[in-house]
Design a protein around this ligand. Structure first.
Ligand code: NAD
Length: 498
């Protein structure tokens, strides 16, 4: 179907490169194949992009390998300046990037602009980190030797990103890889290749040397990424996506003992204690639940609310959710866009039906609208049973599932923490309380990589983002982010005594 999107967005989409990017040039797939990129709000096709295969993958990786030594030898300051320039270009082109992002994945334009600011900030952060790669110098206990600890780029990296934050998930990996001096092969998600291709063009414009970043879009990720993973020539894989694919890549990485960073799925608990400021907690859940229409690894998946405040919390949340404007993310005033694809909307509908089958009550929403687009309405469920499937899987949609805890004689904290930790995932947990001791206990005992106390947002380029348990390995952003792309080397040197 031909797109009937507004001409300005159509013009912007028309300017986005649609080929593969290898050795500093835009090239079609070796096979000449392309695949369609659709708008989830209208179900219309926006454009087609190159459909890379194993041949393209090999060429891209060979290029990254060939350029690694020269790139590693560049000065930290020159790499830093490329990142600063790219940061500024992204900011200057905010509206254009946001329009592309909204068209291909659905989030409302204000959220897309927010992601542009967030995503760009990783480049500014790692521009600052590029010139601060440190080392260490000590003397052995017997005084006979120097220990000189240095850091070197790990080598050619495989970067694989999901569709839900099409810009930021790319900059969070490309930024530190550039800063550290690593060359890259990059495969963005097949649902959202356009934002990644626009980002690639910005890096080219910012002066990134040929061959440092090589991008292969494909409708067959298993083949392209599999080619890279089993080549024995990449030294690192940085993956953001589902735990299922992450486990597959970890298995492949074992073949060449490749370094891995894994940012995987979550099942975030959101705990509202008896002493919580309920208004603030509702503000927090609106962010933790509704950012990106609930399609975030950090999305609050299980909302545990103390029985003494559950009615106030539920009523206020339902009022806020009912008042949200659902529609095409590119339209003025839209607050909730479509889900990314039909499969996603079907999954959310199935989870709600299953929860209702287990005794949950629908307070608002729960009914899919007719017509084009993969829409699902903001929905609040209460009395959710621990056996319901949505307690054990990422909802990835605008559905708030409320579970009561505690009672008149109990703050229920033991129960809430036990329920929160009863999952194989451990990315983030949120808690609302005004009691310092409770906040301390929750911060310590939640089995997660990140905790939000009285806030529904933990993502920040200056913070180490990442999870424990099946939510992943390693950290992105913050002071630790660049370490993922550096190997430590220690040099022993005798100290001359004469
Ligand atoms: P996904 O795992 O299906 O896809 C992620 C990427 O992996 C895509 O680029 C995809 O093409 C690629 N891929 C798919 N199959 C592959 C295979 N066999 N071999 C190699 N690559 C393959 O995940 P998604 O649906 O794009 O994203 C949603 C998931 O990502 C959720 O689970 C979410 O929690 C997670 N996520 C995690 C973080 C985090 O930082 N922890 C951030 C965003 C999203």
């Amino acid at each position: 179907m031909t797109a009937t999107i507004p001409s300005t967005t159509a013009e912007i989409i028309g300017r986005v490169p649609t080929d593969l990017f290898i050795d500093g040039r835009w090239v079609p797939a070796a096979s000449g194949a392309t695949f369609a990129v659709d708008n989830p709000a209208t179900e219309e096709t926006l454009t087609h992009v190159a459909d890379g295969d194993a041949t393209d993958a090999r060429r891209a990786l060979q290029t990254a390998v060939d350029h690694q030594a020269a790139w590693a030898a560049t000065s930290p300051r020159s790499r830093s300046e490329i990142l600063y320039r790219a940061y500024q270009l992204i900011i200057d082109r905010t509206d254009e990037i946001a329009a592309v992002m909204t068209a291909e994945m659905g989030k409302p334009l204000p959220e897309a602009r927010g992601e542009v600011a967030y995503g760009a900030e990783f480049f500014r952060w790692f521009a600052e980190e590029a010139v601060r790669i440190g080392g260490d110098h000590t003397i052995t206990g017997d005084g006979a030797n120097r220990i000189v600890v240095t850091r070197q780029p790990v080598g050619p990296c495989i970067l694989v990103t999901p569709w839900n934050f099409p810009l930021a998930m790319g900059t969070r990996k490309i930024g530190p890889a550039i800063a550290a001096g690593c060359t890259m092969v990059f495969k963005p998600a097949e649902l959202t290749p356009l934002t990644a291709l626009l980002l690639t063009d910005i890096l080219r414009e910012a002066g990134l040397p040929d061959g440092v970043l090589n991008v292969v879009t494909t409708s067959d990720p298993g083949t392209v990424v599999g080619e890279w993973m089993t080549s024995g020539r990449a030294r690192k894989v940085s993956f953001t996506g589902s735990t299922e694919v992450g486990k597959l890549l970890l298995g492949q990485a074992a073949g060449s003992v490749m370094r891995t960073s894994m940012e995987l799925g979550g099942n975030a608990p959101f705990i509202v204690c008896a002493d919580a400021d309920v208004d603030r907690a509702v503000d927090g859940i609106m962010v933790a639940k509704m950012r990106n229409m609930g399609q975030a690894c950090t999305a609050a998946n299980r909302i545990f609310v103390h029985r003494s405040v559950i009615d106030d919390f539920t009523d206020e949340l339902a009022a806020r959710m009912t008042g949200l404007v659902v529609g095409d993310g590119s339209a003025d005033g839209t607050q909730v866009g479509p889900l990314v694809e039909a499969k996603a909307a079907d999954k959310v509908a199935g989870l709600v039906d299953d929860a209702v089958g287990h005794g949950a009550r629908i307070v608002c929403g729960g009914r899919r609208p007719a017509g084009a687009g993969h829409f699902y309405p903001p929905t609040v469920l209460t009395d959710v049973h621990p056996g319901a499937e949505l307690m054990h899987t990422e909802i990835f949609g605008p559905v708030a599932a409320i579970i009561p805890f505690g009672g008149p004689d109990s703050d229920g904290l033991d129960e809430a923490i036990a329920l929160a930790n009863d999952t194989p995932w451990g990315l983030v947990g949120y808690a609302y309380t005004q009691d310092l001791d409770r906040a301390d206990r929750l911060s310590t005992e939640l089995q997660v990589g990140m905790v939000g106390i009285n806030t529904g947002l933990v993502s920040n380029p200056a913070a180490p983002f990442g999870g424990v348990k099946e939510s992943g390995l390693g950290r992105e952003g913050g002071r630790l982010g660049i370490e993922e792309f550096l190997d430590v080397k220690y040099v022993a040197r005798p100290i001359r005594t004469s």
